[in-house]
Design a protein around this ligand. Structure first.
Ligand SMILES: C[S@@+](CC[C@H](N)C(=O)[O-])C[C@H]1O[C@@H](n2cnc3c(N)ncnc32)[C@H](O)[C@@H]1O
Length: 208
């Protein structure tokens, strides 16, 4: 990690600490608190999972990385840094334009703007429009879409592709439990639940 990337990650970590205290960037006095709409939160994978996806993506050769669920761009920094180091590229998908604007600005501050492409819109439509040839997927949007997204990107994976799905242990629940079951049932897939961060299902695709 160079100094610019480290500084941007530290800025996100400071915002995470603020959120835990109910403080948000555009808050006036007394406007924070636990009843915030979830779109105001970073909802980040966190530093341990960030480090792990960075290590995994860096180990691939010039990977075509797909992030499904940009939010405010925290995990995208870890992935774009890996893309720069390995000669790859990140495409990241997000519904909300204001989250993309923030994420784009942070990627610029980190010196990573050339390594990450933002696509605004519904993830399923965006995946359908992508060409085949995906080497790494971070799956981290609303959990009821994990299986529909899996079905959409599966035909576009390269042999040896890695899929990382977040929040399997926390908050967990039926949607992610069914996702783990579904991904493990795919021919050519090997998969394991790794208790890092909020719990990552890490899968590797090697079709016969
Ligand atoms: C858990 S957050 C992603 C966190 C991010 N990966 C990180 O670690 O910084 C999930 C994001 O998925 C987005 N999202 C939810 N449904 C979506 C959809 N159908 N298409 C695109 N993005 C969606 C939400 O707006 C939210 O920002």
């Amino acid at each position: 990690m160079d100094d610019k990337v480290t500084a941007v990650l530290e800025a996100y970590h400071a915002r995470m600490a603020d959120e835990r205290r109910g403080v948000f960037p555009d808050d006036g006095p007394g406007q924070g608190g636990p009843d915030r709409d979830r779109d105001r939160y970073l909802l980040p994978v966190g530093p341990e999972s960030g480090q792990l996806i960075n290590i995994l993506a860096r180990s691939l050769k010039a990977p075509n990385i797909l992030e499904i669920g940009t939010s405010y761009g925290y995990s995208g920094i870890w992935l774009a840094e890996a893309a720069r180091a390995s000669g790859g590229q990140v495409t990241t998908l997000e519904l909300q334009d204001y989250k993309i604007a923030y994420a784009r600005e942070m990627a610029g501050k980190a010196g990573l703007a050339d390594h990450i492409r933002f696509i605004q819109g519904d993830a399923l439509a965006s995946i359908a429009a992508l060409p085949a040839g995906i080497d790494f997927v971070l799956l981290d949007l609303w959990k009821d879409l994990y299986i529909p997204c899996l079905e959409a990107f599966l035909p576009k994976l390269n042999p040896g592709a890695i899929i990382v799905a977040d929040n399997i242990i926390y908050p967990g629940g039926d949607d992610v439990r069914l996702y783990s079951k579904a991904v493990r049932a795919k021919p050519g897939m090997t998969s394991i639940l790794v208790p890092v961060g909020a719990g990552l299902e890490i899968s590797r695709y090697e079709p016969a």
